[in-house]
Every structure is written in C-alpha cells, then in structure tokens.
Design a protein around this ligand. Structure first.
Ligand code: C6P
Length: 404
C-alpha cells in the first residue's frame, strides 16, 4: 500500500496501547476503525449544524437536511444505484434485512420457498426463519464444502418455480469466502425469484455495482467501512421498494394522517420513520469519500497481500488448522490451535495487544459443520501491516507454548 504510514496516521486509535502493548487491531470484520475525518464529521455536526432534518424551515435544519441528503447521494454513487431514493438509510445490515424479511410477509404464501446459503451470519438466518413461521414458506439451505465454498450444484437442484427469494452473503464473515453472487443472482432470476445479497463483509473490500449485478436488494453496515455504528444501507430496486410495506410507523414516513386513514410517504421516506442517526449518516458519506480516495482496487490488492502473508506465516506453526481455504477469499483467517479452545488463544493474544475475535462469529451452523466450538478470527484492513502480522504470529506462538 502506497503511503501506509500516512494512512495509519489518519487513525488515532492505532497509536493506542492495549494492556501496555501497541494495539494490533485484527478485528476489522467485527468493525473497522475510524479515520480522523469521520470522527471530525460527527463532532462538526453536533458542534455546528445540529438540527432535526426534513422538518424545519429554519436555516440549521435545512443545512443539516442538505448534508444528510448529500450523504445519501454519495451512497447512491458508491453502490451505483439508479435512483437516490433506492437508497434507504437504516441502522445497519441487520435492520436492512429485517425491513425486507418483514416486508415479504404478505407477499409469500404457504409452500413458497426461500433459499439461503449455509454460510450465513445469524442476522441472515433468523429473520428468514421468522418469515417462514409467519407465512408457512419453507427455508432451503445451500450447503458448503470443507473449503468453505457453496455447493452450487445443490443450489441448482434447490431452485424451482416455488423459489420466491434467495439470500446469500457476498463474503462470509466467519470464513472469508467470496461467494459467487453473480451466479446466485442470475440463476434465481431465471426462476423468477428475488435476491437479497448481504454485503456487510464485502463492502470493506469491494465496491459493489448493484445495477451491474442486477440484484434486487443489497445491504451493508457503515461501521465496517470506516463509518459510524448505527448506520446502514438498504438498496432496493424501485419496483420492489414500492411493493414492500413500511417496516415501522412514525414521523416522516407519512403523507397524510387522520384517525380514519394514513397514507405513506414516497421513497425513501416510507422506510425511514423517526429521527435517524443524522450525524452518523453524514459521517458515513465522509467515510465513503475517504475510502474511495484510497481506491478499492488498491485496498483489495493490498489486503490480499496481507492475507497471503498471514496465511503462510500461520501455517508455519505446527498444529494450526485454518477454516475457510477457498481460492476466493477476503482478508479473514479463521483458525484454531490443535487441542486449544479459541477463547484461550484470544485471551493471550489480547494480553499481548492483539485484538482478534473468538467464538462462533454469529455463524453457529458453520461451527457445527466443522464440529468445533468456534475459531480465532484475524481479519485485516488496508491500514494493517506485515509488521503487525509478525507481532500476531509471535503472539500465537507464545499462546501455543503456554497452552499446549
Ligand atoms: N458481523 C462479525 O464480527 P450489523 O451488526 O447489523 O452491523 O451486521 C450484521 C452482519 C450481517 N452480515 C454479515 C455477513 C456480518 O458479518 C454481520 C456482522 C460482525 O462478523 C459482527 S457479529
């Protein structure tokens, strides 16, 4: 990565010490760190233009509204949505998925089928199960193989004219597999099913083009993309968003209200009831500007270098097993040390200043497949370095020495 030290200087937290050691932050798949420009955008909003949006005639309200709507335009441009109102600003990926899953309640009927991949985060399993309970629809699952790749031949056999919805993540949070989403979308469309792709883990590494993909819904969280928590995106094709009912009732999502009847606002406001995370939305726009200025091609190439380096070094340690070995992988290494509980490894790494996630990563079916309680997950971002990987490798060796 060009100017890596300059990039690192943009992230104040990277100068912090944890347990007396310089922080090595390898929990980027859980949430990314924030550059100073994003932190400043939040402070600036509250110190200079704090007002509610879409409501007041007063100047501050209009300035805040403009800033928020500018952020929506940045999101539209980033995802290449056709219309700005196809971008619904939500509280995050989970919220976005629930808007769609709840919206399908009156569209599905008993016996309809929903296909999900077995590589899903719980936020992509539970809302569909709840939808099936409400409607009598049936959930079908695309299995994966030992490498952590979806078995696309089984997907082919699951598709039929009963399939109404297909759901997959773009990149698996637990294994890092980059799924063949274009094939998933095209084959689902061939049987007339709608497709929702969860880009929560893909968006930090890849710039998605929703029009080129032809996807019906695409969702992501700002906090994994250098933006704040509590902000997310639901992209939906206009015709689908018009078909779905509102998810929540409240202020700003209405056109007229009487006690006899309420009519709803148009897109995107129909899905944006109540006061949103205004500062967060504005800061998300700034985060997208920041990442686009570095460039997603550059980010992906550099993270791949980190992935190859980290994988090679880790495999030099005896007794390491890596879960998720697809050729198509993002910069996530899920692993275990033979005979050692992942929590114990994670705790020792933490004492040495290395932040990783341990456990089932909100993807219990994946852990069940491998028959393990969980993994240690190191996930890299464009501001990480090979030197940090060296520190991490030494910490894993130390953990191995202490625990086995
Ligand atoms: N995964 C992880 O450590 P929210 O929490 O709504 O921003 O994102 C949920 C979510 C949905 N899909 C995928 C593929 C995800 O990875 C996540 C969040 C984090 O892996 C926190 S559990």
């Amino acid at each position: 990565m060009k100017d890596i030290q300059k990039i690192r200087a943009d992230f104040p937290i990277l100068n912090e010490k944890v347990n007396g050691k310089p922080l090595v932050y390898f929990d980027n798949a859980a949430t990314s760190q924030k550059p100073q420009v994003v932190i400043d955008a939040i402070v600036d909003y509250y110190s200079k233009i704090n007002a509610n949006i879409h409501r007041g005639v007063h100047t501050l309200s209009q300035v805040a509204t403009d800033a928020y709507e500018q952020a929506r335009l940045k999101v539209q441009k980033h995802f290449n949505a056709n219309k700005s109102y196809e971008i619904i600003l939500t509280a995050g990926t989970t919220h976005s998925i629930n808007i769609v899953a709840t919206g399908f309640t009156d569209i599905l009927k008993a016996g309809d089928e929903i296909i999900v991949s077995a590589l899903e985060h719980h936020s992509n399993i539970v809302p569909w199960q709840m939808l099936c309970e409400r409607t009598g629809a049936v959930l079908k699952v695309i299995p994966f193989n030992e490498e952590g790749e979806l078995q696309m031949d089984v997907y082919d056999s699951l598709l039929s004219d009963k399939t109404k919805l297909v759901f997959s993540n773009h990149i698996s949070n637990a294994l890092g597999t980059i799924n063949p989403v274009q094939e998933i979308i095209d084959k689902a469309h061939a049987v007339g099913a709608a497709v929702l792709i969860d880009g929560a883990q893909a968006c930090p590494h890849i710039k998605p083009d929703v029009q080129a993909m032809g996807v019906d819904f695409y969702v992501a969280s700002a906090h994994k993309l250098c933006g704040p928590t509590g902000v997310g995106v639901l992209y939906g094709k206009e015709e689908w968003l018009n078909k779905l009912p509102p998810y929540q009732g409240g202020g700003e999502m209405i056109e007229t209200v009487t006690f006899e009847k309420t009519t709803y606002a148009g897109l995107p406001h129909k899905f944006e009831a109540g006061t949103p995370n205004i500062a967060g939305g504005i800061a998300f726009g700034v985060a997208l500007d920041y990442m686009n200025a570095i460039g997603f091609d550059e980010i992906a190439a550099y993270e791949d270098e980190l992935l190859q380096y980290g994988t090679e070094k880790l495999l030099e340690i005896d007794g390491i097993k890596i879960y998720g070995t697809s050729e198509n992988k993002a910069a996530v290494i899920s692993f275990n040390l033979e005979g050692v509980h992942p929590f114990d490894v994670g705790s020792i790494l933490d004492k040495l200043g290395v932040a990783v996630r341990t456990g089932h990563h909100c993807a219990q079916p994946i852990m069940n497949y491998y028959d393990i309680p969980g993994t240690v997950r190191a996930s890299f971002a464009f501001y990480n370095t090979k030197e940090e990987i060296d520190v991490f490798i030494e910490a894993v060796k130390k953990a191995k020495m202490m625990l086995s």
